[in-house]
Design a protein around this ligand. Structure first.
Ligand code: DAH
Length: 331
């Protein structure tokens, strides 16, 4: 019986040979069973048991040899361990993620913390609390996506809604940076899309002034586009800031001399900003006689375009890996 364990096979074919030799209908164990008739009656019981036991042991051992041989065959003869490995494609960060991280990083170093709000918002946070009049054109269907069935529920059209989300739950000092996706009902083209990304900044404390705003934005521009970068603020209008301004940076290509990128102007517009309108502070539960603040908002696609000269906005959402792989080295 122990000799069953001495059976060996190195290939599945050899294991099959053993099965035929011992376990098939004409095999050695079947032959023993055929001889059973000639066993004297008093030994039949013991011999029967022994032959059965032998059959079971042999079956088990041969099945085991078959399984081992099959594994050995696939791991040794079919796999060439000397072949070079398949190249592993390492993923890349999306260019908008790279730029967003860079913006958030710069403001984190200036003491801003991250805040986020929902993309599906209500009218209050997107418009009313931000001092938009009831008949302000931005509320129009042409700009805003409404969630059907709920005329009050919309897809946020700017990240300024996160300002309201933060102020309603926190008293000053507030210093937050809020990146996120926004939606506008626009026809998709190289220059416009129905969704894009913004970063909002908000700083509210005692004695915050326009001078503070200008200094922080200059630092940001120089960190983002290089230490030679200059900024220029032009008066503008937003419902939620007073005074309001738009900021330009000196052209990232020609440095201000004028080229095709800046259309000969030497300047590129990159963000909107201003002092938070006291009406906005009050609407969000902050005492405007004690506190003042500044806010700014910029488009991430716009900054990415200036950094990487992406000509067509649609590239950012098509997920063409040939485009995405261009940013492998960037971060
Ligand atoms: N919410 C504005 C927009 O979507 C951008 C903006 C301008 C944000 C001025 C601000 C700001 O916080 O102060 O066009």
């Amino acid at each position: 019986m122990e000799e069953v364990n001495n059976l060996h096979a190195t290939t599945p074919a050899e294991a099959e040979q053993l099965r035929i030799r011992f376990l098939s209908k004409k095999g050695e164990i079947a032959a023993l069973m055929n001889d059973f008739r000639s066993v004297p009656a008093e030994l039949k019981r013991e011999v029967g048991q022994r032959v059965n036991e032998l059959k079971n042991l042999a079956t088990e051992r041969i099945n085991q040899l078959k399984a081992e041989a099959a594994v050995a065959e696939t791991t040794t003869s079919h796999i060439d361990l000397t072949r070079t490995a398949y190249p592993i494609q390492i993923g890349t960060r999306h260019p908008l993620t790279i730029v967003k991280n860079e913006i958030v990083d710069i403001f984190s170093r200036l003491g801003f913390t991250l805040a986020e709000g929902p993309e599906v918002e209500d009218d209050w946070h997107v418009y009313s609390s931000m001092n938009f009049a009831d008949d302000h054109p931005a509320r129009d269907m042409q700009d805003t996506f409404f969630v059907e069935a709920h005329p009050d529920i919309i897809l946020r059209s700017h990240t300024s809604s996160v300002q309201a989300r933060v102020m309603e739950r926190q008293q000053p000092p507030i210093r937050v940076i809020c990146p996120g996706r926004v939606y506008r009902n626009e026809a998709i083209s190289a220059r416009a899309h129905c969704f894009f990304h913004q970063v909002e900044g908000l700083y509210v404390d005692e004695k915050v002034s326009f001078k503070d705003l200008k200094q922080v934005l200059l630092l940001f521009a120089q960190e983002m586009f290089g230490s030679e970068t200059k900024i220029r603020l032009r008066p503008s209008y937003f419902p939620f800031t007073e005074p309001s301004a738009e900021m330009d940076v000196s052209c990232t290509i020609c440095g201000g001399k004028g080229c095709s990128m800046c259309k000969g102007e030497g300047w590129l517009e990159i963000l909107g900003c201003g002092m938070v309108d006291p009406a906005v502070l009050e609407a969000n539960g902050i005492d405007s006689t004690r506190y003042s603040g500044y806010a700014f908002g910029m488009g991430i696609e716009r900054i990415a375009n200036l950094k990487y000269q992406v000509k067509d906005l649609r590239m950012f959402s098509e997920n063409d890996v040939r485009f995405l792989r261009e940013f492998t080295a960037a971060n």
